[in-house]
Design a protein around this ligand. Structure first.
Ligand code: SF4
Length: 487
């Protein structure tokens, strides 16, 4: 089956509209004035895009609205965003609130409401509820999955009661239209484009927003040939957008092994001009995966692997069933047998985990030589089980985004500061992949922690910042470190 596309910003009759109408049982509405819907994305960087708005735009299919998307980043000057938004004179303005943009939106919404007093604001996203006080009675807050609710709002002309809105049942991932259009090429080329094949997560890590997400929604059934045909069509359409990275947002991409295999095999047998990024649950990987993955060309696949801790007690207390011995073995095999870029994550501040245990995780993980090691500081996210645990255990953390931990039940503030320094040094000297050979040599002589401490000492002595440093200076610092070890 071949997809039809909207040819421009207007929503006309195409496969997407047809599918939405079919799924929702919608008849083409009677003549209404064509209102302008502005979807104002505030991303964390210019290269990111907002998949939520692409879904919402697709949900307007067949309705008499003119949708326009504008992308900004949190680094953009507020006045510039206001000017551009005002110039659109939209009747409806939509936002998606996350931890990286909620504070920015708090500053943006009040002046925007003054400038566009007649506009209806629609706010969704995980942080939406915290923006309620910035909205008026005629505005809308969408909690939870937003696609069906947004469709219902649009059908009502954005004049629906909040009680009725709350009753609209969500659509599952398999019922949603493909969110992108061929004409998005000019916007999405060389950027990060998101796609999802599974919503929900069967695991219950206490610090994660997915811990209370009961959904188990698969977009395609890999045993159904029609579904597979649609999957391959969507993958081909995504590649045609020429993104820099195609990021699968599935929290554990390899949960459904058969579907993961179909996607990997598709990208191995079809030329992929970009990198495909998958978040992997490492314990689920086995020989059948490796047999496929070792055929992937260099630079085509990137795996994000959340290790978080190698301490089994801490992992169990966090609701993680991860087994470090097995993960370690798989990391080594992936490194030896595939050309996949391996991005690994650790988390500092987990309940009961002290400095020595975190450093042990760091040392053991670095010894596997993944391409990237991200040492994150735990965030106490509202709406996660971790909030109650943090209160019970006397944690201190930031009340506002990013909600980072300041001290835990086992970690002092100075220890967290030191780990944060290590995280910055890893970003400077490890994650840029400029000094991989030097690390390989150095790790045969000392632990990652000692090496990071030495790098920190050099920075302090030279008065260098930890978060950024010119390439030439980075090279000189690494050279000095190698010399200290007789390299
Ligand atoms: S951290 Fe990952 S595995 Fe754990 S609940 Fe969240 S999404 Fe699932």
């Amino acid at each position: 089956m071949a997809f039809g596309w909207h040819s421009g910003g207007e929503q006309g009759s195409c496969f997407v509209c047809f599918l939405v109408d079919k799924l929702l049982g919608i008849k083409q509405p009677a003549l209404m004035n064509k209102k302008k819907v502005l979807m104002l994305a505030v991303n964390s960087s210019w290269s990111h895009s907002s998949p939520a708005f692409y879904y919402l735009r697709a949900m307007l299919g067949g309705l008499p609205y003119q949708a326009k998307m504008l992308d900004f980043s949190t680094k953009d000057h507020l006045g510039d965003v206001l000017r551009t938004a005002w110039a659109e004179q939209a009747q409806i303005v939509c936002f998606s609130a996350y931890i990286w943009n909620r504070i920015y939106l708090q500053q943006l919404l009040p002046p925007l409401k003054k400038l566009l007093p007649e506009a209806v604001l629609v706010v969704g996203g995980p942080e939406a509820q915290r923006l309620e006080s910035y909205l008026s009675k005629t505005d809308y807050l969408i909690c939870g999955p937003g696609e069906a609710k947004f469709r219902a709002l649009a059908e009502s002309g954005f004049r629906m009661s909040t009680d009725d809105l709350a009753k609209v049942p969500a659509l599952s991932l398999s019922e949603l239209p493909f969110p992108y259009k061929a004409s998005d090429l000019s916007t999405l080329q060389n950027r990060l484009v998101y796609y999802e094949l599974y919503r929900g997560c069967p695991y219950g890590c206490i610090y994660c927003l997915s811990a209370r997400d009961g959904r188990k929604e698969l977009r395609f059934d890999p045993a159904n040939p029609d579904n597979l045909e649609r999957l391959f069509e969507e993958l081909a359409l995504l590649v045609a957008l020429q993104p820099r990275t195609l990021k699968f947002v599935d929290r554990s991409f390899n949960l459904n092994k058969a579907l993961a295999h179909k996607v990997w095999e598709f990208f191995i047998s079809n030329p992929l001009s970009c990198e495909a990024h998958f978040e992997i649950y490492p314990d689920l990987l086995d020989e059948s995966d490796l047999a496929i993955l070792e055929k992937a060309e260099a630079g085509k696949f990137r795996f994000e692997i959340g290790v978080q801790t190698v301490n089994p007690e801490v992992a169990r207390a966090c609701g993680r069933s991860s087994n470090w011995r097995k993960v370690h073995e798989m990391l080594i095999k992936l490194k030896k047998r595939t050309k996949i870029r391996l991005h690994t994550d650790l988390l500092a501040g987990l309940p009961g985990e002290n400095y020595a245990s975190i450093v042990d995780s760091l040392n053991q993980l670095c010894a596997c030589l993944p391409d990237a090691v991200q040492l994150g500081i735990l965030k106490i996210l509202p709406d996660t089980p971790m909030l109650e645990i943090a209160k019970d255990r006397g944690y201190k953390w930031l009340d506002e985004p990013p909600y980072s931990v300041l001290s835990s039940d086992a970690l002092s503030f100075p220890e967290l500061c030191l780990l944060e320094d290590f995280a910055r040094l890893l970003n400077l000297y490890w994650n840029k992949e400029e000094h991989s050979e030097s690390w390989k040599t150095l790790l045969q002589k000392d632990s990652a922690e000692s090496l990071l401490n030495r790098l920190r000492d050099i920075h302090n002595r030279l008065g260098y910042e930890l978060h950024s440093l010119a390439r030439a200076k980075r090279d000189a610092v690494m050279k000095e470190l190698l010399e200290k070890y007789g390299g």
